[in-house]
Structure formats: C-alpha cells, structure tokens
Write a protein that binds this ligand. Structure first.
Ligand SMILES: Cc1cc2nc3c(=O)[nH]c(=O)nc-3n(C[C@H](O)[C@H](O)[C@H](O)COP(=O)(O)O)c2cc1C
Length: 369
C-alpha cells in the first residue's frame, strides 16, 4: 500500500512525499513596467515557509508567459531573461526549505486584465473617467466570445498562436535556468489553453477548433515545445479542468468540456511527455460547483483509471486522513493542497506526525522539536 509520505519518482526526480503545494496566485508583484512579473521578498518568504512546512513539491503560482497573459497586473511573469534572477531566489528558498521547487506557467487568455480579487476582480476598463489609458489591456482568446462579465477578447490568428507556443517554451527554458525542477503547464480554469479545449469557448473553424483533436492541438503543441527545451530528466505536469460543470447541470445541454475528453487528453499528453495530470475542474463559465470535501477527486480517480496516467487530486482534501486515503486506495498518486496551506504552512509536517510518518523538519528546527 502506498502512503502519503512515501516518495514518488517522476523521471530522474525523486520527490520525498505526496503532499504538494497547489499553485495559488498571490497577486503580489509590483505592476510598474520595470518590476512587473518579478517575485518579491513576499514571494520568497511565502514559498520558503511552505517548503519548510514539509511539502514534497511547492508549485509557484500561475506565472505568465507574456505580459498580456497575466490575470491581473499583479501576477508573476517570466517573459524575459532579466527576470530569471528574481525567480531563482524563490527556487533557492524553496530548496533550502527541503522541498522540490516547481512552477506553473500560464496564459490567462480571455480572463486576463482584471483587478485583484480583493479589489473586486472585475475587468479593468481600457480608459479611466478622464479618457486616459489605464493599466488594463485587451485580452485574447480562441474566439471573440467573452467570459461572462469580462472584456471581449480579440481572436488569436494562427501566427499569434505560434507566438503563444514559443512564449511557453521560452518561459520553461527560463524556469529551468532559474533552478526549478518541475514545470506545470496551466491548461485549466478557463485560461487560454482550457478555453481552446472547451467547445463552450472555442468556436474556431480552423485546425485549432472543432473536433477534440483540433481543440487539443494548442495544448499538445505547448507540451511539445516545453518538452523540447525542458531537460529530459525533469518532469512536466499538466493542470487540467476535468469538466466545465455544464453537463452535470440538469437542463444545460451546451457542448462543453467533460471527463471523457479529459481522459483522452491525458493519454495524448502522456504520449507527448507529460508525467502527471494535476486534475482540477471548472473556471470556464459561471456555473454552480458543489465545493464539498473531496469534490473533484472522484473524477480524478476516473481519469487515472481510464487513462493510466499518474494523477494529482486537489480540491478540499483538507484532512490528513482523506489525503492518505486517496493515495492508499490508489485513487490518486499525489494530493495537492491550496487553502489548507494558506492557513497552516506546516500542514504537511503536522499531517506526518498525525499519521505516524516522519515529518521533514529543516535542521534549524529538527534538533529541538
Ligand atoms: C487564492 C487562490 C489562488 C489560486 N491560484 C491558482 C493558480 O495560480 N493556478 C491554479 O492552477 N490554481 C489556482 N488556484 C486553485 C488552487 O490551486 C486549488 O486547486 C484550489 O484552491 C482547490 O484546492 P483547495 O481546496 O485545497 O484550496 C488558486 C486558489 C486560491 C484559493
């Protein structure tokens, strides 16, 4: 029986437990042009604390591959080489805490150019009350269809799409240079890659729209481009939304993204070099999601069983017992935690103690605890 605190091997990398920090935006970068996208002391302290708290892998929040790919002006972004040194500080601090440093690379697509959640999260108007330009921009998407309540995106041309693929690859190359050992491609939550996958948001008639194969083309091109620059011994993860939560709603018969399509995507992604599918859900429409404990994990278990690809489960797995059960029962290979780690950076070490496993205290604490 596999335990939550057993190591897991992905390619040449051994991660010493299966409690991982889920990527979570902190919207804490300085938005001024010179500093935009760069991690600050806040980010270093934030990730170092969770690493020292015992997680096996800490995945840095959605990091934009281009300025227009940020959700808000306060997001992290690694779109230029002169930002590598700032990210290297985060990777080093995470490693010093004993965790493997990972990073999620992302493009927000049609959900870009919004205010921070604590400022309401609404779209940033292009001009202010005096007609002056603001710090917002026009988002991009597969089609001109807006996410409900957000700005109309401009449709990406095939040349633009090639630029997005190249931006993901260049960002992955920089992340490797910054010292990250795991890269996660963000294809979930209604952001650019998910918006291409789902027929809810992708109305294209060219080779990037229509059939499942065509809608998945961009995500697989990104995976290929990332794999081409990312060292063969280091893992690539893919975060997906397993469902748009539309087919689950009685009476909503719109074509949407489903678990069955996710299973096929997971198989293709593995053939293209993805090592684990981080299985989240939703984000591509305004729909009711029943956020009960473990609310996504049954679907993750289906994706794992039917695709044969290693899977991470996430979503209100907030007790050590439930996390342990998911791994022990073979329903997930790893568990990712979001909010529990905001409340308690040492969740993983506390869980290890509770489950009778070895906590991973850093030397500075271990001798006295
Ligand atoms: C504040 C916050 C920021 C988040 N930012 C991201 C993100 O950058 N990338 C991502 O894939 N998911 C993001 N998520 C989703 C989390 O990674 C996680 O999947 C979700 O919170 C469910 O897990 P939990 O119940 O353990 O919090 C965010 C969630 C929260 C609460």
């Amino acid at each position: 029986m596999t335990s939550l605190f057993d190591p897991i091997q992905l390619r040449d990398l051994t991660i010493d437990n299966r409690v991982w920090m889920s990527p979570m935006c902190t919207y804490s970068a300085d938005p001024s042009p010179e500093l935009a996208g760069r991690p600050t002391d806040f980010h270093v302290a934030h990730y170092a604390a969770r690493a020292a708290g015992g997680v096996g892998l800490a995945i840095v929040e959605a990091t934009a591959v281009a300025p227009e790919g940020r959700i808000s002006p306060y997001d992290l972004g690694l779109w230029s080489d002169d930002r590598i040194a700032d990210f290297a500080r985060v990777a080093a601090a995470t490693r010093a805490g004993g965790a493997v440093p990972g990073i999620q690379i992302a493009h927000a697509g049609r959900k870009a150019s919004t205010e921070r959640p604590w400022a309401g999260g609404g779209p940033i108007a292009d001009t202010d009350e005096n007609g002056e330009a603001t710090h917002g921009w026009t988002p991009v998407g597969p089609s001109p269809a807006a996410f409900p309540g957000l700005k109309d995106p401009s449709e990406l041309s095939t040349d633009d799409i090639a630029g997005v693929v190249a931006a993901f690859a260049a960002t992955a190359r920089r992340a490797d240079e910054a010292g990250f050992d795991v890269v996660e491609v963000h294809a979930a939550h209604g952001y650019l890659l998910h918006s291409f996958l789902s027929p809810l948001s992708n109305h294209r008639t060219d080779s990037y729209g229509g059939s499942l194969e065509s809608r998945a083309r961009l995500t697989l091109e990104v995976v290929d481009a990332v794999r081409a620059v990312w060292p063969a011994g280091k893992p690539v993860l893919l975060r997906v939304s397993m469902t748009d939560w539309v087919e689950e709603n009685d009476g909503d018969d719109r074509d949407s993204w489903t678990v069955a399509q996710t299973v096929q995507l997971a198989r293709w992604a593995a053939e293209h070099g993805v090592d684990l599918v981080d299985s989240s859900s939703g984000g591509n429409d305004v729909v009711d999601i029943p956020r009960t404990p473990n609310y996504q994990v049954d679907r993750a278990a289906v994706v794992r069983a039917e695709s044969g690809v290693p899977v991470g489960a996430v979503g209100r797995v907030d007790t050590p017992e439930r996390a342990q059960a998911l791994v022990a029962q073979g329903r997930a290979d790893v568990v990712l935690l979001g909010r529990p780690l905001l409340r308690n950076p040492s969740w993983a070490n506390d869980a290890a103690v509770e489950l009778g496993a070895n906590p991973r205290f850093i030397q500075q604490y271990a001798y006295t605890l």
